[in-house]
Write a protein that binds this ligand. Structure first.
Ligand SMILES: Nc1ncnc2c1ncn2[C@@H]1O[C@H](COP(=O)(O)OP(=O)(O)O)[C@@H](O)[C@H]1O
Ligand SMILES: [Mg+2]
Length: 259
């Protein structure tokens, strides 16, 4: 398998008043082309720091972060980033917000609009393309933020708890929509969540991290076929995987994990 994203012995140390703090203590992880990898772990274990490095927003203290065989040196249009609180421009319509990232390219206005409209359609916001953000629900705002990332057509999506602030129903809808787009347009996805069920439902592989220092604790393969369905969520296989991941996150002692 070709590696799309590789973290090689990545260390991140933050300076503190009295010394330094080891946020990441040597993380090695490969994410394959077109894989959907979710990352879970206790708060503060360095999930966001790791993702921000792939995004080119944070530099490692040592080690390498490689995307497409090249060391990451900064943000780029090949990587779309979606955070939990994604700021939309309040004075721009949904379409204008989605087009925003494309304005930095030399793309003709007509193509820009077509691309934005396609992305808006993918997230189910077509009827609201001309609406302002203040008239949208939280879930719709997040769909708009996702469409903005899709419009640039990045090969890699880096998502940091993107559905964390949403109600359960909207969350499930956006999960299915994300999987649907992922299977059609086949991007590589690195998706952070604190929701173990969400981690299993979406992923090929779930990476469980541990804290102090942040590191990879274990990796769980999710051998369930796509498309994932609501029935699968209720299946014994799903429950088994969810329990295994849950144990790894909350009882980070290998001896305590169920066989
Ligand atoms: N810029 C920073 N300066 C100092 N400490 C930081 C900085 N960014 C993150 N940290 C610390 O590094 C650890 C990992 O943070 P983070 O990656 O946000 O964890 P997570 O996303 O898993 O909750 C936390 O203890 C956090 O306080
Ligand atoms: Mg975080």
């Amino acid at each position: 398998m070709t590696h799309k994203i590789s973290f090689r012995d990545v260390v991140k140390t933050f300076p503190m008043k009295n010394g330094t703090f080891d946020a990441l203590g040597g993380v090695s992880l490969d994410i394959g082309e077109r894989e959907f990898v979710t990352v879970v772990g206790p708060s503060g274990c360095g999930k966001s720091t790791l993702l921000s490095m792939a995004a080119g927003l944070v530099e490692p203290t040592s080690g390498d972060v490689v995307v497409d065989g090249r060391p990451v040196t900064g943000p780029g249009p090949d990587r779309g980033v979606i955070f939990q609180q994604y700021a939309l421009f309040p004075w721009l319509t949904v379409r204008r917000n989605v087009e925003f990232g494309l304005q930095l390219t030399s793309m003709p206005a007509k193509e820009r609009k077509a691309r934005a409209d396609h992305a808006i359609e993918l997230v189910g916001l077509t009827d609201f393309a001309d609406a302002l953000p203040k008239t949208l629900s939280g879930g719709m705002k997040q769909r708009c933020a996702i469409a903005r990332a899709y419009a640039v057509d990045p090969e890699v999506l880096l998502m940091d708890e993107p559905f964390g602030a949403l109600d359960a129903l909207t969350r499930v809808q956006l999960q299915d929509q994300l999987l649907d787009t992922w299977s059609k347009e086949r991007r590589t996805v690195m998706f952070i969540t604190h929701d173990v069920e969400e981690a299993v439902y979406l992923a090929n592989r779930v990476v469980v991290m541990a804290a102090r220092p942040g590191r990879v604790h274990s990796v769980v393969d999710v051998d369930l076929p796509y498309p994932r369905t609501e029935e699968m969520r209720l299946s014994p296989e799903f429950a088994e995987l969810r329990n295994r991941v849950w144990y790894s996150v909350y009882h980070q002692d290998p001896a305590a994990a169920p066989a």
